[in-house]
Design a protein. Structure first.
Length: 369
């Protein structure tokens, strides 16, 4: 809608900041054709995106920024995605070293007929959600933002608690937990990277060390009401070093960090808990290309250690690179599971438009090819 509104104004300059993040894959070519027509008519277009293939296919020139400074101006068509990424972060990009998943045993996290009314007017109601995440696998949730992903994460993590009679709609390690709050679910071995890093993922006014203690105090950092400060300090330092968080140390307030660095700290803190299961909502939001790849590798490593991971992301590339199988959300409904090797842009686009019936035929066709 925002894109259409801008186009109706017949602008001389249009600034597009990640415009494809709210579109299904099938709609992107039409948008790009419209942008090309705008440029041909004399309109200047400033296109901002971290999706390097989009830059290469659409833009006549690209300005690369790193740490707030311009580091290169290039013809993107003459560059590869890898060379553009190298310019962005100043080094080669590591790709996740993934092996075939080996899920074992019953589901560690599951939703059984989960139906929940929205908690605000802008959320989608969840309708009869069926979902299983087993130890040793990464299950991805795709979909256009606003189709119930945030609501699903809140209910599964315990941020939104169900009435006691509906507790069995969410199960963790075989036991009903829908009626338990987030703290009690964490005590059972569930970790959570929320989409909102300020307020939900951290307390902005508190230091990184204090934020670490709030989440990790169950690791034995509190004894008889007293905090074991050396252990908390070491845990926090390990989170900072392990995720290459750029800050002035563990006493830095969370709000003093850039969005990307705070995101890296939150992800590192949750991974350091060695959870049985992890819900990660938009875990690479706001981080650079290199850090995003590092986070994806750590998710794969956690999976290989035996944890079950639910990955909710607007980035289809991230889901395909990391997940073992996918679901798609549309207006609060969840599609059947799709094996990663059966995923195509056409299939995901159909599912994002609510056509879940396309899954059996299209997935079967992919398997036969």
């Amino acid at each position: 809608m925002e894109i259409i509104r801008c186009l109706l104004l017949e602008p001389q300059l249009i600034i597009m900041d990640e415009p494809t993040s709210v579109l299904p894959p099938s709609a992107v070519p039409a948008l790009f054709e419209t942008i090309r027509q705008l440029a041909d008519s004399g309109c200047a277009v400033l296109f901002i995106s971290h999706k390097l293939e989009e830059i290469r296919s659409l833009c006549h020139a690209a300005t690369i920024m790193r740490a707030g400074k311009v580091v290169a101006q290039v013809d993107p068509a003459a560059e590869s995605a890898e060379s553009l990424a190298r310019l962005m972060i100043g080094r080669d990009i590591p790709h996740p070293n993934r092996t075939r998943s080996k899920p074992s045993g019953p589901a560690i996290l599951s939703a059984c007929g989960l139906s929940v009314a929205p908690d605000d007017p802008f959320s989608a109601a969840l309708e009869a959600i069926e979902l299983d995440v087993r130890p040793g696998e990464i299950v991805g949730i795709a979909g256009i933002s606003g189709n119930g992903q945030r609501q699903l994460a809140a209910v599964l993590s315990g941020e939104q608690v169900l009435p006691s009679g509906n507790g069995g709609m969410v199960r963790f390690d075989g036991q009903p937990v829908g009626h338990l709050n987030a703290g009690r679910r964490r005590a059972l071995g569930l970790a959570f990277v929320p989409e909102d890093r300020n307020g939900r993922g951290s307390v902005p006014e508190m230091s990184l060390e204090q934020n670490a203690l709030l989440t990790a105090h169950r690791l034995g950092f509190v004894s008889r009401g007293l905090v074991r400060h050396p252990e908390v300090a070491q845990f926090t330092d390990d989170c900072i070093a392990g995720m290459d968080v750029r800050c002035r140390g563990r006493q830095s307030e969370a709000r003093s960090l850039s969005g990307g660095n705070l995101q890296k700290f939150i992800v590192g803190r949750e991974l350091a808990l060695a959870p049985k299961a992890l819900i990660a909502a938009q875990p690479t939001w706001g981080v650079d290309v290199g850090a995003a790849q590092a986070i994806r590798q750590k998710l794969v490593d956690l999976r290989d250690s035996g944890a079950g991971i639910l990955l909710i992301s607007d980035e289809l590339e991230e889901l395909l690179e990391t997940s073992d199988r996918l679901h798609v959300m549309f207006r609060g409904r969840l599609s059947p599971s799709i094996p990663r090797e059966a995923v195509t842009d056409a299939l995901i686009g159909s599912c994002m438009a609510g056509d879940f019936a396309a899954i059996p035929a299209m997935a079967a066709g992919k398997d036969q090819s």
